[in-house]
Design a protein around this ligand. Structure first.
Ligand SMILES: Cc1cc2nc3c(=O)[nH]c(=O)nc-3n(C[C@H](O)[C@H](O)[C@H](O)COP(=O)(O)O)c2cc1C
Length: 171
C-alpha cells in the first residue's frame, strides 16, 4: 500500500471570507488537510513559522507581499528532513498573493522528492489553484506533479465529500 504525507500551512485568526473579515478558529487549509488524511490515511505535518504573522488581516497581507517580493524563506519551528518513507505528498496551503506562503517553500526546498508523486492543494478566496502546481514543479525536485485541487476557503468545512473523492482518485 502506498504511503501518504500531508504537509500543510494554515493561519487561523482574522481572514477574508466572502467579502468580510472574520475570525477563524481553525484555518481553512487545516480543515482540508484533515479531510485528506481521513480519506486516504497518512501522516500530517504542519509548517509553522518562528515569526508569527500579524493577527490583523490587512497587515498580514502586507507582510506576505513583502516576503514574496524578497523571495524570503522564513525560518520554521520544526523541519521535516526525510520523506523517503512516502510515495505521495499532498502540499496544502492557502493562496497568498497567487501562490503558497513562502514558508511552504522553506520546507519543500529542503527535501528530496525523487520518485515521489506530489499534489497541490490550495484554499483561496477567488484565485483558485493560483500558481500552486507551477510552484511545486519548481520546488519539488525529482517529483511528478499530479492533478491538484482548489477549495474555496469559505466552503472548506463543507468540502469533505469533494476532497475525499479527489484524494482517493489521486493515490
Ligand atoms: C496574506 C494573505 C494573502 C492572500 N492572498 C490571496 C490571493 O492572492 N488570492 C485568493 O484567492 N485568496 C487570498 N487570500 C485568502 C486565503 O487564500 C484564503 O482565505 C485561505 O482559505 C486561507 O486559508 P487558511 O485559513 O488555511 O490560512 C489571502 C489571505 C492572506 C492572509
Amino acid at each position: 500500500m502506498s504511503k501518504n504525507l500531508i504537509i500543510y500551512y494554515s493561519r487561523k485568526g482574522q481572514n477574508y471570507v466572502n467579502g468580510s473579515i472574520q475570525e477563524l478558529k481553525k484555518g481553512n487549509t487545516e480543515i482540508v488537510a484533515e479531510f485528506i488524511q481521513k480519506a486516504v490515511g497518512g501522516d500530517l505535518f504542519q509548517i509553522e513559522t518562528v515569526k508569527e504573522y500579524s493577527a490583523d488581516y490587512m497587515t498580514c497581507t502586507e507582510e506576505a507581499q513583502e516576503e514574496l517580493r524578497q523571495k524570503a524563506r522564513p525560518e520554521l519551528k520544526q523541519y521535516l528532513e526525510d520523506i523517503s518513507a512516502y510515495d505521495n505528498v499532498f502540499v496544502c496551503g492557502p493562496c497568498w498573493w497567487g501562490t503558497y506562503p513562502m514558508a511552504v517553500l522553506t520546507q519543500l526546498e529542503r527535501l528530496d522528492f525523487t520518485g515521489k508523486k506530489v499534489f497541490a492543494v490550495m484554499t483561496h478566496e477567488g484565485s483558485g489553484q493560483g500558481g500552486s502546481e507551477k510552484t511545486l514543479k519548481q520546488s519539488c525536485k525529482g517529483a511528478t506533479v499530479g492533478k491538484g485541487i482548489a477549495i474555496h476557503g469559505a466552503d472548506a468545512a463543507r468540502s469533505e465529500a469533494q476532497v475525499a473523492a479527489w484524494a482517493k482518485k489521486s493515490v
